[in-house]
Structure formats: C-alpha cells, structure tokens
Design a protein around this ligand. Structure first.
Ligand code: KIV
Ligand code: ZN
Length: 514
C-alpha cells in the first residue's frame, strides 16, 4: 500500500491573490464544486478576514462542499482566527490554516518581532485555532529562507500546541529541488515530534521550479502538496495541481505515494478556472494546454499511430480531453439546459436567473448549432450579458463599420446609472474604436494592460471569449466577455472590467504586515 498524498488546492485563496483574479462568491462556489468532483482532499476557500465578501465566500463554500475539507486562512492574530473559525463552521470537515513569518528578513523588516515573540505568537495562534477545529495547519511563512534551527524550534512548539499539518512555504520561489528536498529530510529527522503531523509543501514558481520542488519534498517525506489549478497564483504562480498529480500518477515507479484525484476532471477544472479568472492557458502548458497532446511532426504522428506509447506518456482522455461532445442544440429544452448546468456545478438561485440564462442559450443556439459544455460555462460566466447587482455600466447597443484604407468607426450606446448615453469614435480597428467610444462616455482614467480573445470551441461560429485587464491607481481587475461576435465580446469584457473597478472592494492582503 502506498502512502496517500493529500492534495490541498488553494486556487480560491493563493490563486485569487494574483492581480486581477478576484472571483465573486458564486464563481468560487462553482470552482469549489468542480474541485470536489476532482476529489481534492482540501479546498482552501479564502482568507475570511480580508473583507465581508471574502468571509461570505468561504462560508458559502463551507456550506455546499461535502466531500473535501474546507480550509480558511488566518494570520496569527485574534480577529483572523475568529473569522476563519466562524467561516468554516458549516463545513462537514473544516480546517484553519494559520501562519507567521520565520525568516530573519520577514521577522525583522515586516513583523518587527524577535524570534522569541514569533514562537510565542505561533503557539498562541495554533491553540486559539484549536478552539474552533481539531484540524489546524501551521505555516512558517518564508520557510524557504528561514534558518533550519529556528524552523525546528517553531515547528516542534506548534506541534506540541496542536498543529496537525506543518506546511513549508517557499514563499518567494527561491529554493531549488535538492535544497528543498533536503530541508524536508532535515526537519522530519530533527524535530522530535514530527511524526505527529503531516508535512506539506507550498511552492511558488518564480524560478519555474514550483512543481519540481514540490516533488522533491514528496520524495523526502512530504505527504501534502499545496497547489492551484493551472498554477494560478501571485507573480509566477503556485505549483500546478494538474502537473504534480499527473507526475505522481505517471511515475508510480518513482513515487511512493498516490492521490485520490479523479484525473478525468482536470481539463474541465482548468477551463473553468481560466474562464472565470480570464487567465488564458498557454497552448504548450503541460497537461491542460491545447497542444499538450497534439502531434504535429509527421514522424511523431506516424509513431503515435503505430503505437501510442512511442511518443505519449499519458492518455489525453485520462485528464479529460476529448470529452468535448456536442451536448445541446437549438431544440434542447429548458429542463435539459438546467440539468446539464447542474451537472457542471451551476445552480440558479432564482427562476428568473434560470429563465434569463435560458434566453441567452436560445440566442446562442440560433447563431451556433452545436453547443458544447465550454459554451455553457462561458454563457453563465459572461457577466457582460447579465443584470448584475451594483453595476454602473451596461451595454445597450453597438454599431461598427470598417473599410480598407479607412479608420474604423464605432457607435456605442451604454446604460449609465439609469440613463442611456451614446458616443461615436474612430480607431485603428473596430475594437480600438469601440473602447475609445466607451471611454469617451465613462472617462474612467484606466490603463488597458491586457487584451486577448480566444475561441471557446472550434470554428468561426464559436463563442469568442475576451479578457481585458484594466489598471487604475494600482488596482488591477480582469473583465471577461463572450459572444459569437468578437467586437461585442470585447465591449462586454471592457464594461465588465469597468464595473469591477467601480465596485468598492478594498480588501486586506494576508501577507501584508498586520
Ligand atoms: O506563500 C506563502 O507563504 C503563503 C502562506 C500564507 C502559506 O501563501
Ligand atoms: Zn503562497
């Protein structure tokens, strides 16, 4: 029997810390349901002390998830721990993850605390978290740059205080595999009570080594990996769930562990996270990139046709590719639509919301005959199409014209806080003209940092999914839009991002000084 490797997904917490990746409560619940289908052991649902919205999201996830442990993050302070404890209260199995920095640079410059004070605070935090749950995880933040002797001292003390998981974060992505693996070996060997806790790896990808470091930790005794779908996360991201899981599954000859992940759900999870956050997946991304299983060169194709294993180490269908079946069409009814979305984890809270989505589905089915799961996911994520609470701007109509050798022209009508306003602008293309027309109406003062369009499925009648990243005063938001017409899709994405910029959502960053 192999040891069980716990898969701890932090897409909804560390993943959400990527600039522009913030998600609404409903979006988090949708992702959490897909993570549950994937069978992840632990879902880190958020940082409840960040804002009321974050608290509500963690509470909502804790209320719906039944088969995975739901975890909340808390700094080692009273308010954070109480909020985390309250947010996971509805969970069938709930965990609090508390942390404090232990590297000399963080203790001195960020916390302004002595090492003795840090140990005392860590012990206090773990004991306080145990008032809410028996499942308490402790992280010495920036462990990758902490002194090993000091780590041993803190970790021994928090295990005595009741921590059941010890997570070792390489917070700044500085470690390399041999070194990170040796750190686990040293900690597990030297800490007298190390057998009373599960050791966990949490790696950031600044040097592109997050997955390699996590696997080195596993080879040296770690039995939990913290990771995110598509490697989403701050800066260069976190360990990619799909990569570590498939490495362990594919190289059973090397690893003494196994996961319980339903790997066939990986591609759906990847597309869902990309669709909701607007973070596109690079085509050559391992496991979930569009080219990950595509063979172009004639020699490779020939080899694969003769015998698959000549060039393929995994089967595309094992990670959920090729489940891309036509699911619905023009004649599909409201019940079939509702049932399929429920299977995809989308439950409408009101009949009205279902009816509105069904109308959008019918409009889409008129333009595009075959509707795939990806289209349905895109349809329900398309905020530019829905009546959102707190929306300041809404698209009413769009008319564009373009001609060889001439500037393109766009005429936009927006609903702005109750009244309709129109503007005309020209630009170097229809999208440029449209964004200029919108800006002439809203005068937002934002900077456009990213604009990208991708096809949801194949074919020129496919939905085009647009992501727009806007920056204003240091705040970054991503907006998404989808439509079979890419100009309309772009306009919706831009308006969606503007609405997010307008919404008041100031929240605390967990790794900032308290
Ligand atoms: O990277 C990090 O150190 C973290 C901690 C909060 C665990 O995300
Ligand atoms: Zn992190």
């Amino acid at each position: 029997m192999k040891d069980h490797l716990i898969i701890f997904d932090t897409t909804l917490r560390d993943g959400e810390q990527s600039p522009g990746a913030s998600m609404t409560k409903d979006e988090k619940v949708r992702i959490a349901k897909q993570l549950e289908k994937l069978n992840v052991d632990v879902i880190e649902a958020g940082f409840p002390a960040a804002s009321i919205g974050d608290f509500d999201s963690v509470y909502a996830v804790a209320s719906v998830v039944k088969n995975s442990t739901v975890c909340a993050l808390a700094r080692a302070v009273e308010n954070d721990i109480v909020k985390a404890g309250e947010a996971i209260a509805p969970a069938q199995s709930g965990r609090i993850h508390t942390f404090i920095a232990t590297s000399p640079i963080h203790m001195e410059k960020k916390l302004k605390m002595t090492p003795d004070e840090v140990v005392d605070r860590a012990v206090w935090a773990v004991k306080r978290a145990r008032d809410f749950t028996d499942d308490v995880e402790f992280s010495p933040e920036d462990a990758g740059r902490s002194e090993v002797d000091f780590l041993c001292r803190v970790i021994e003390a928090v295990i005595d205080a009741g921590a059941t998981t010890i997570n070792i974060p390489d917070t700044v992505g500085y470690n390399v595999p041999d070194q990170f693996g040796s750190l686990f070996e040293a900690l597990i060997e030297r800490i007298p009570n190390s057998n009373k806790a599960v050791f966990s790896a949490h790696c950031h990808n600044d040097l592109g080594l997050a997955v390699a470091n996590s696997l080195a930790a596993v080879s040296n005794g770690a039995r939990q990996i913290e990771c995110t779908i598509n490697g989403l996360g701050e800066r260069a991201g976190n360990t990619a769930l799909e990569e570590v899981v498939m490495a362990v599954k594919t190289r059973q000859d090397i690893f003494d562990v196994d996961t319980r992940i339903v790997t066939e759900e990986i591609v759906t999870a990847s597309k869902l996270v990309s669709n909701i956050t607007g973070f596109a997946i690079q085509p050559n991304k391992a496991i979930v990139g569009a080219n990950a299983f595509a063979h172009e060169s004639g020699i490779h194709q020939d080899g694969v046709l003769k015998h698959r294993e000549t060039y393929e180490i995994m089967r595309a269908e094992d990670v959920g590719w090729s489940t891309n079946k036509m699911v619905m069409g023009k004649h599909s009814g409201r019940n079939a639509f509702k049932t399929r979305l429920e299977e995809l984890g989308v439950v409408f809270e009101t009949e009205q919301a279902l009816n509105e989505a069904f109308v959008r589905f019918k409009e889409l089915a008129d333009q595009k005959h075959e509707i795939f799961d990806e289209d349905l996911q895109s349809l329900v994520t398309d905020n530019g199409n829905q009546n959102l609470e707190n929306e300041t701007y809404r698209m009413v109509s769009l008319k564009v014209s373009t001609e060889t050798g001439e500037l393109s022209k766009s005429e936009v009508t927006l609903w702005i806080e109750g009244s309709e306003c129109s503007a005309v602008a020209t630009g170097s293309g229809v999208v440029d003209a449209t964004f200029k027309a919108i800006e002439s109406l809203v005068k937002s003062g934002v900077t456009l940092e990213l604009y990208s369009v991708s096809n949801v499925t194949n074919g020129t009648d496919s939905l085009g999914e647009t992501s727009v990243r806007l920056e204003k005063g240091g705040r970054i938001v991503n907006g998404q839009g989808s439509d079979t017409d890419i100009v309309l899709s772009s306009a919706k994405a831009y308006i969606n991002a503007l609405n997010k910029i307008m919404a008041d959502s100031v929240k605390a960053h967990p790794q900032a000084a308290v």
